[in-house]
Design a protein around this ligand. Structure first.
Ligand code: SF4
Length: 317
């Protein structure tokens, strides 16, 4: 089944959430940050304004159509083209999803707006929230995340800690590390200190995997990541490679499905095949056609080929 959807995409192969059906609540590259490592390219709408960026009814209609297929992703995830907590309907949408299905709901966030009580309330009904942090102080915050001018590091941290103490679901805390910027023990210790205060169910260490928006963003080696993980304690892990959950049914790989997937994130051939449950050769055949039509291009990162749609360079988060 191809998905002519605008707001529902995937399931995408997520290293943290298995097969994750995405709900995209903001227009492409609407974010509170403009991170060096963003795989979506530069932020075109750098904002802190919360509003209903997309029509909630249309999001739910698309989700209803998807749920009727009987295909069960591992998670329904609010993520996509920017920061989902910017959408002021997020809380109502989480509640509406939970009325429709028992599939757990996850939200990926850069944590920048958690100082707002309305954002903490909106997230309260989610099963898992995955906040991300890539800076242990204000200087690195400005260098790496290039935030909207209204955002202050101290306030963001305060909001993150308040949220961690209030939230009843699970918190999987992502720490994003960059070679030569945050991979030094002193910087890592600052991040580890925040992680200890949050006391999340999981600490997930991540680095640059997909092509970043800025060449300054360089990956930390796996060996170094393993070494740094010790500073975060027992529940720290390095993000694993994606493995699709066994026994889930799938959609067939059609060009529109692949384009929808690549429009939100660059993927390897294996990502596409596993995420859409199609064979490598089927994925390759469709990719070949899309490249010929000039709607998809390939890029190399760390010796791997990533495919992305033209016009959108592509969840780090
Ligand atoms: S990585 Fe996430 S938080 Fe950073 S600019 Fe991209 S979408 Fe926004």
């Amino acid at each position: 089944m191809s998905c002519p959807c605008k707001y529902v995409f995937g399931p995408v192969p997520s290293r943290r959430l298995g097969r994750s059906l995405g709900l995209d609540l903001v227009p492409f590259k609407t974010c509170t940050f403009d991170c060096l490592y963003c795989q979506l390219g530069r932020t075109t709408d750098l904002t802190v304004k919360r509003k209903p960026y997309v029509p909630s009814q249309a999001v739910l209609e698309e989700l209803d159509r998807y749920l009727k297929t009987g295909i069960r992703p591992d998670y329904i995830t609010f993520s996509g083209s920017g920061e989902p907590t910017l959408n002021s309907d997020l809380g109502c949408l989480i509640a509406a999803v939970k009325r429709r299905t028992r599939i757990p709901v996850a939200v990926l966030t850069n944590a920048s707006l958690l100082w707002k009580p309305a954002v903490r309330d909106a997230l309260a009904a989610a099963d898992v929230v995955l906040p991300s942090l890539s800076a242990g102080n204000s200087r690195i915050f400005h260098l790496v995340n290039r935030p909207h001018s209204d955002l202050k590091y101290g306030l963001m941290l305060e909001g993150l800690l308040k949220f961690a103490h209030q939230f009843k679901g699970k918190i999987w805390f992502e720490v994003f590390l960059l070679k030569g910027i945050t991979s030094m023990e002193k910087e890592v210790e600052r991040l580890a200190k925040v992680a200890r205060k949050i006391n999340p169910s999981r600490i997930q260490l991540n680095t640059v995997i997909r092509p970043p928006s800025d060449p300054l963003a360089k990956p930390v080696s796996t060996e170094k990541m393993r070494h740094l993980a010790f500073q975060f304690g027992r529940n720290a892990e390095i993000l694993p490679d994606f493995h699709a959950s066994r026994g889930s049914k799938s959609r067939t790989g059609e060009a529109t499905g692949i384009k929808a997937l690549l429009g939100r994130r660059p993927c390897t051939l294996s990502d596409i095949a596993q995420g859409l449950h199609i064979s490598h050769s089927e994925a390759l055949k469709i990719l070949g056609k899309l490249i010929e039509q000039k709607s998809v291009v390939s890029k190399r990162q760390n010796g791997q080929a990533f495919f992305t749609t033209i016009g959108a360079q592509g969840e780090n988060r």
